[in-house]
Design a binder for this molecule. Structure first.
Ligand code: HEC
Length: 119
C-alpha cells in the first residue's frame, strides 16, 4: 500500500511538471515533423539566428496565438493587411511564402516552437 502511494505521488509529480511547462508533447512532436515537411526550416531557425526570416525563438510569447495561426496559415493576406506583418516584411524584404498549412497543423507547429524556445 505504501509503495502504491509513493508511486502515485511520483506519477502525480510528473503530470504536474509536464502541465507546469504547458507543453503538449504529442502535439509538439507532430509539429516537429511538420516543421521540416512544410519547409519552415528553409527560412527560420528556433534559437539559431536569422535566416531568410526571423529567428522564431520566443515568438509564442511575443505574438498573440490567433495572430500566429493567421501568419502561418495565411501569410499572403497577413503581409498585405496586417500592420505587424507588413512591418516585418519591410525589415526582411522577402515575403514569407504560403506553405499550405492547415489550422490544425499550425497549432502543432506552434507547440513545437514553444517547446524549442524553452531549451
Ligand atoms: C521563403 C521563406 C519562408 C518560409 C518557407 C517560411 N517563412 Fe515564416 N517568415 C519568413 C519571413 C521573411 C518572415 C518575415 C515577414 C516577411 O518578410 O514576410 C516570416 C515571418 C514568420 C513569422 C512571424 C515572426 C515574428 O517575428 O512575428 C512566423 C511565426 C513564421 N514566419 C512562421 C513560419 C512557419 C511556421 C513556416 C512553415 C510553415 C514558415 N514561417 C515558412 C519567411 C519564410
Amino acid at each position: 500500500m505504501k509503495k502504491f502511494l509513493a508511486l502515485s505521488l511520483v506519477g502525480m509529480a510528473v503530470v504536474l511538471l509536464a502541465a507546469g511547462k504547458g507543453i503538449d508533447e504529442k502535439l509538439a512532436t507532430k509539429g516537429e515533423k511538420l516543421w521540416t515537411e512544410k519547409g519552415c526550416n528553409a527560412c527560420h531557425t528556433i534559437g539559431k539566428g536569422k535566416l531568410v526570416g526571423p529567428d522564431l525563438k520566443g515568438v509564442t510569447e511575443k505574438r498573440e496565438y490567433k495572430w500566429l495561426i493567421a501568419m502561418i496559415v495565411n501569410p499572403d493576406s497577413m503581409l498585405k493587411y496586417d500592420p505587424i506583418a507588413k512591418d516585418l516584411l519591410k525589415q526582411y524584404g522577402v515575403p514569407m511564402t504560403n506553405q499550405k498549412v492547415s489550422k490544425e497543423e499550425a497549432k502543432a507547429i506552434i507547440e513545437y516552437i514553444k517547446r524549442e524556445s524553452q531549451k
